[in-house]
Every structure is written in C-alpha cells, then in structure tokens.
Ligand binder design. Structure first.
Ligand code: 7PM
Length: 297
C-alpha cells in the first residue's frame, strides 16, 4: 500500500466519514456494547459465540443504537488480557459480520495495534482504546488507519486498578492526562476531528472519584473533542443504589442522562432501547427551550 492510500477498505470509507460528520453534530449518539468475552461483568459469556454476538448487535441496532462497540478483552477489575491471537479470533468475525450487515458504524474496543489493523480491514471505522494508545505501536497504528479514536483515562491496569486508586484532584488529573494524549495524537498525525475523549468511569477510580468526574464532565467536554461516557451497569451505580449488576437499568439510564446534560456526545450502553427513550426526552426539552428563546427574542 502506498503511504497516501486510504487504509479503510473503500466500502467503509463512507461509513467512517459519516461517523466523523455525526460526531461534529450536537445530538448525542447511543453506542451499543457488543462484548465477545468469556467473563465481562454484566453480559460476559452470553455472546461468546460469534453468531450470538452478531445477533445481539442486530438487536441493539433495532433498539436504536447509532453505533456498535465490539470488544474482546474484558477490562473488568481484576481481569487479565487474552493473547493477541485469542483477541483477534474473538472480535474479527463479529466486526466483519456486523460491518457488512448493519447500517451503523462499528468500533473496535482494543489496545493492540495488530487488532486495530485487522479490525479496520474487516470494517471497523473507529478505535476505542481504554489505554489511550499507550501500548507500543498503537499510536502509529491508529494514525496510519485514519479512523476516529477514543482516548480513555485509566489509572493502572485492569488487573490491579481498583486496589487503591489515588488522586489529589481527579478531575484535574484526568483532564491533564487527556490533554497530554491529544497532543501526542496530533504529533503522531491523528486528525483533530478524529479524537474522542473519555474519563474512564470505573477504571482506577473510587465512587467518590467517579462522582467527581461525572459532576465535572463539562470540563472535559469543554476541551472541544466529543466525549464518550461509559457508565452502564458499572460498580459505582451498584454502590449508589445497593443493586446487583442485573438490576441497574434505572440507575444506568439516569447516569446516561446526566452525562448527556454535561456534554457527552457518545453514550456507551448495554440497554439501548431505554437509553434512546431517555435521550428522546432530553432532545424534546432542548427543542422546546430553543423555541421558547426564539419567541422571547
Ligand atoms: C468495569 C469497568 C467493568 C469497565 C466493565 C467495564 C468503557 C470502555 C469498557 C468505558 C470506553 C464495560 C467495561 N468501559 N470503553 N470499555 N469507556 N471508551 O462496561 O467506560 O463493559 S469495559
């Protein structure tokens, strides 16, 4: 391939460009989670069989997902990464099938450059990296692939991150980390309009840290890049409500609404139908507010 060639297969370049345009619009986008892991904290094991994961992706699109995020590494606290070969074997068939059979953009949840390249070749049009392109070769791979990238903050690694998370000023530190990663991406050749930021709820954070980040999400969305928020069914919602992971729907929807009102652009969720309805209410109120302003003036 010549250096100037578009690395996305031509059939997917349009999907990528539509996603980039969509990310530039104000309306929040609901991204459905497709886990292809044996051990994810909520739906792990349920969609381990690729055909079932693909079916689940179709169900989420029917529920109104405007995007799908496919991951093969469980990053739940205490988990260890699979081998590269194992991760590729999990996610590539699912990405390939979903990219060819749905109308929505598919993103790959990975930290590994080998997986990023195979995923984009299979039709992924975004990279979602919980390690913010810090693994060797990831930054250059993402820049060369010319797709949007989500840079997420995490303190430590999944195996140990929840043992003793420590911050002096969690919002300031996450903000500073993301600003630094944006600078590294721009230097490596990632286009500014391809950068999405995520504070990484639950990734090396106590309940107090997560709440400070949700309350202060504006300071991150004010950086000018679209923000992704992943709060769905997470431990912080269990800590607040006292409910098990299977009974956190209402708490998850409430958290998604708060994130949207703090400027989040992408809501990464398990429960697409309920979140889409909640977002419809936000949009209706926003429209009414804009109309009232027009009448006033
Ligand atoms: C604990 C923490 C349990 C995280 C499960 C998870 C995010 C992500 C995941 C997120 C982005 C889950 C996960 N969470 N990618 N991948 N942001 N960008 O909820 O918050 O499935 S994994």
């Amino acid at each position: 391939m010549t250096p100037t060639a578009d690395p996305a297969p031509p059939v997917f370049a349009g999907a990528r460009d539509r996603l980039v345009r969509r990310l530039g619009e104000p309306a929040v986008l609901v991204c459905g989670i497709v886990n292809v892991t044996p051990d994810s904290f909520y739906d792990g094991g349920r969609y381990q069989d690729p055909a079932r994961a693909v079916d689940h992706g179709h169900t989420l699109v029917a529920e109104g997902a405007e995007m799908l995020d496919v991951g093969g590494e469980s990053t739940r606290p205490g988990s260890h990464p699979p081998s590269v070969a194992e991760e590729i074997a999990r996610v590539i068939p699912v990405i390939d099938a979903l990219a060819h059979t749905t109308s929505v953009p598919v993103s790959v949840d990975t930290s590994r450059p080998e997986v990023m390249r195979e995923a984009v070749a299979a039709g992924a049009v975004m990279i979602n990296d919980v390690r913010a392109l810090r693994l060797r070769g990831a930054l250059d791979a993402a820049a060369a692939l010319k797709v949007p990238v989500c840079l997420m903050h995490m303190q430590g690694e999944p195996a140990t991150m929840q043992i003793a998370p420590t911050y002096y000023d969690v919002v300031g530190e996450v903000h500073r980390f993301l600003v630094g990663r944006v600078a590294r991406c721009l230097t490596a050749g990632v286009a500014r309009e391809h950068i999405v930021l995520d504070p990484g709820f639950g990734f090396g954070k106590t309940l107090e840290h997560n709440l400070a980040l949700l309350a202060g999400l504006r300071s991150i969305s004010n950086l000018g890049c679209p923000v992704m928020a992943g709060l769905s069914r997470k431990g912080m919602l269990g800590a607040i409500t006292g409910r098990a992971v299977t009974d956190r729907l209402a708490a998850s929807v409430a958290a998604a609404v708060v994130a949207a009102q703090q400027g989040a652009s992408i809501l990464r969720v398990h429960d697409v139908a309920a979140t889409v309805d909640a977002i419809a209410v936000i949009r209706a109120v926003d429209t009414a507010r804009a109309t009232a302003r027009n009448i006033d003036s």
